[in-house]
Design a protein around this ligand. Structure first.
Ligand code: NI
Length: 399
């Protein structure tokens, strides 16, 4: 299959893809239950030669395309959920749901994967192997991919031995692809610390146990933990993003609480920092005679791209889109992604597709003014198709 033919086919369905993306964009849904989005996807896939299953605990859709000839199985993934925020783009197809917006491009991911399903289904007769299309709810913190794994995402014969996903970015020229071997995105865990002091009159701290300076010291000590106990080449970020204590100027409160996030790019450093955060909070509080309640809530694991597969994805991008459109990313980004759960089980990679607007400012993902360059969606569809075809055909360089 010629790369130019794949790109032509993707461009031929670009208008449909844009219409589908806009339809999803108008009606954003949050979390694990996205009935309207699921119905839209099912409608868009209807009539294709796919074995379609839906989730029990979520509104996921898993569609399996069986090639005419036997061969391996590759999984392609799109996330479908939106964010709890008000849209400020002013687009004619802006969100019609108050307090919800597709500001992370999942509307585009969904539409592109439908497009890829259409193009791959049309090639079914020449396909040696299978493609699993994974449409997942609950990427924005709800562990949707984990639920889908628990519900048998990887069942089926033969099970997927490769997995690929795209995520939009504003960082490159529109239509460009970026990926890196190894850790691509961080783990994202939550820290909650409550310093348990003893309140009283602000003029008589010696009669109280003031939790506020202790909380401040804990925040500082976290930063020392990171810079003195974490290898700079295997980094971590600890951010206390919220501090809460007190009611007024002359009352020492009983408690002070901290809320923040812990990011790492290796599971070893993740464990080290989680353990360290607890130790530091308990130790600093103990030094001042206070108690502390520490809660560490595990979020997504580190997203680790298989080195060979990431190289294969970049080779595919070079062949399909030209070498200037294929970028090896120099370092991981500290955002997190629940495709990490899939990549713990199946080797593969997540890559970025740039959807940077041609003109005007490029607002990042999660901005209420985030805009997508829809013409770049053709490159995304073509990447899904080309990665799948090259993998199934076992082309030189495919892992
Ligand atoms: Ni996202």
């Amino acid at each position: 299959m010629k790369p130019s033919a794949i790109l032509d086919d993707a461009r031929a369905i670009l208008d449909d893809t844009i219409q589908l993306r806009r339809r999803v964009h108008r009606h954003p849904e949050l979390g694990l239950v996205l009935p309207r989005t699921q119905a839209t996807v099912l409608e868009a896939l209807a009539g294709l030669p796919l074995d379609v299953r839906t989730g029990q605990r979520t509104t996921s859709v898993v569609a399996r395309l069986a090639g005419a000839r036997p061969g391996p199985t590759i999984l392609l993934r799109a996330d479908m959920d939106a964010l709890p925020m008000a849209e400020e783009t002013g687009l004619p197809f802006a969100s019609e749901v108050a307090g919800a917006m597709h500001a992370c491009g999942h509307d585009a991911h969904t539409a592109m994967l439908v497009g890829a399903a259409r193009l791959l289904a049309a090639r079914r007769e020449s396909l040696a192997g299978n493609v699993v299309f994974m449409f997942q709810p609950g990427e924005e913190g709800y562990h949707g991919a984990r639920v889908m794994l628990e519900e048998g995402l990887l069942d089926g014969t033969p099970p997927p031995t490769a997995a690929f996903a795209l995520h939009v970015t504003h960082r490159l020229t529109a239509g460009a692809i970026a990926a890196r071997p190894g850790p691509a995105m961080a783990s994202g865990d939550t820290l909650q610390v409550v310093v348990l002091g003893r309140g009283g009159h602000a003029s008589a701290p010696h009669d109280c146990l003031d939790p506020i300076p202790i909380a401040c010291e804990i925040v500082q000590a976290f930063q020392t933990l990171v810079t003195r106990q974490v290898n700079v080449f295997d980094p971590a970020v600890v951010t206390v993003a919220k501090i809460e204590a007190g009611t007024t100027r002359n009352v020492i409160p009983d408690t002070a609480s901290l809320l923040g996030t812990i990011r790492t790019v290796s599971e070893a450093t993740r464990e080290r920092v989680l353990e360290g955060v607890r130790r530091v909070a308990e130790g600093v509080a103990a030094a001042h005679g206070a108690e502390v309640a520490v809660e560490l809530i595990r979020g997504y694991p580190v997203t680790v791209n298989d080195a060979d597969f990431a190289g294969f994805v970049l080779d595919t991008a070079r062949e399909l889109l030209g070498s200037e459109a294929a970028h090896a990313t120099s370092h991981p980004i500290m955002a997190s992604e629940d495709f990490s759960y899939v990549l713990q089980r199946v080797r593969g990679a997540i890559a970025n597709l740039s959807t940077r607007p041609a003109n005007g400012p490029a607002f990042p993902n999660h901005s209420p003014r985030m805009l997508l360059n829809e013409s770049a969606l053709a490159a995304g569809i073509a990447m899904h198709v080309a990665v799948a075809l090259r993998f199934l055909e076992g082309e030189a360089g495919s892992p």
